[in-house]
Write a protein that binds this ligand. Structure first.
Ligand code: R5P
Length: 232
C-alpha cells in the first residue's frame, strides 16, 4: 500500500464519523483532500453536510466537487472537523501548517465540538519536532519577532534554524496575508510550554502546535486504519 492509499484508508475511516446533516470543518492538505473526494461522492448520493473550509485551496476543491460550503461566520459552531497533520504524538498533540493553513485550521478546529485527525503512519512520532514547526508571523517587525522566537526557544533549551518560508516568487504568504517561519528545533520535549511562550510574542499570529484539540487520530498503515483516542 503506498502513501496515497494509506491516506485514503484514513479518510474512509473518518467519513464513518460524519453524520447526515452535520456542520463540518474541512481541513487542508493531501490527506484532507482525499477526505473531500470521498465526502463529495457521498454528497452526490444525497448525503447532506455543510462544510467550512480551512483554506482557499480546500474551498476551491470543495466547489469543484460539489461539497456545499458556508463561511465560519455563517456557521460559527461546528459538529466535527476532519483534518490532516504533519506530526501526531501518542497524546494526540499535533504539528500542523506544512501547507500554511494552520491559522484557519486552528480557528475552525476550536469552533468544532470534535476534531479527528487523519494521517498515514509516517506522521506518528514519539516526540514532536522532527518536522520543522510552522510559526505564522505578521510581516511587520519580522526581524524582532524572529529574535523573540529565538529567545523563548533558548529559554526552553531549544535551538535550530528558523527559516522564512519561500514560495516561487518570494516569501510564502498565508490566506490571512502573513508569513511563516519554519523552526527546526529537532525535538520538542515540552510542547505545552513552547506553545504558551510563542503565544506571548506579539508578532506571532499563531503556531502549528495543536494541543488538546484532536479527540481522535485515525492512522493508516499497510494493515489498515487504527484509531488512537485522546486520554482526557
Ligand atoms: O497547513 C497544512 C495542514 O496543516 C496539513 O493538514 C498538514 O500539512 C498535513 O498535510 P498532508 O496531509 O498533505 O501531509
Amino acid at each position: 500500500m503506498d502513501a496515497r492509499e494509506m491516506k485514503i484508508k484514513a479518510a474512509e475511516a473518518a467519513l464513518a464519523h460524519v453524520e447526515d446533516g452535520m456542520r463540518l470543518g474541512i481541513g487542508t492538505g493531501s490527506t484532507a483532500e482525499e477526505f473531500v473526494r470521498l465526502l463529495a461522492e457521498k454528497v452526490a448520493g444525497g448525503f447532506r453536510v455543510e462544510g467550512v473550509p480551512t483554506s482557499e485551496r480546500t474551498a476551491r476543491l470543495c466547489v469543484e466537487l460539489g461539497v456545499p460550503l458556508k463561511s465560519l461566520d455563517e456557521l460559527p459552531a461546528l459538529d466535527l472537523t476532519v483534518d490532516g497533520a504533519d506530526e501526531v504524538d501518542p497524546a494526540l498533540r499535533l504539528i500542523k501548517g506544512g501547507g500554511g493553513a494552520l491559522l484557519r485550521e486552528k480557528i475552525v478546529a476550536a469552533a468544532s465540538e470534535r476534531m479527528i485527525v487523519i494521517a498515514d503512519e509516517s506522521k506518528l512520532v514519539d516526540t514532536l519536532g522532527a518536522y520543522a514547526l510552522p510559526i505564522e508571523v505578521n510581516p511587520f517587525g519580522l526581524v524582532s519577532t524572529r529574535m523573540a522566537i529565538e529567545k523563548v526557544a533558548a529559554r526552553l533549551g531549544l535551538s535550530g534554524e528558523l527559516s522564512l518560508r519561500q514560495s516561487g516568487d518570494g516569501e510564502f504568504t498565508t490566506d490571512g496575508g502573513h508569513h511563516i517561519i519554519d523552526a527546526s528545533f529537532g525535538r520538542i520535549p515540552d510542547a505545552e510550554a513552547l506553545s504558551s511562550e510563542l503565544n506571548s510574542i506579539p508578532g506571532v499570529v499563531e503556531h502549528g502546535l495543536f494541543i488538546n484539540m484532536a479527540a481522535l487520530a485515525i492512522i493508516a498503515g499497510p494493515a489498515g486504519a487504527r484509531t488512537l483516542q485522546a486520554n482526557r
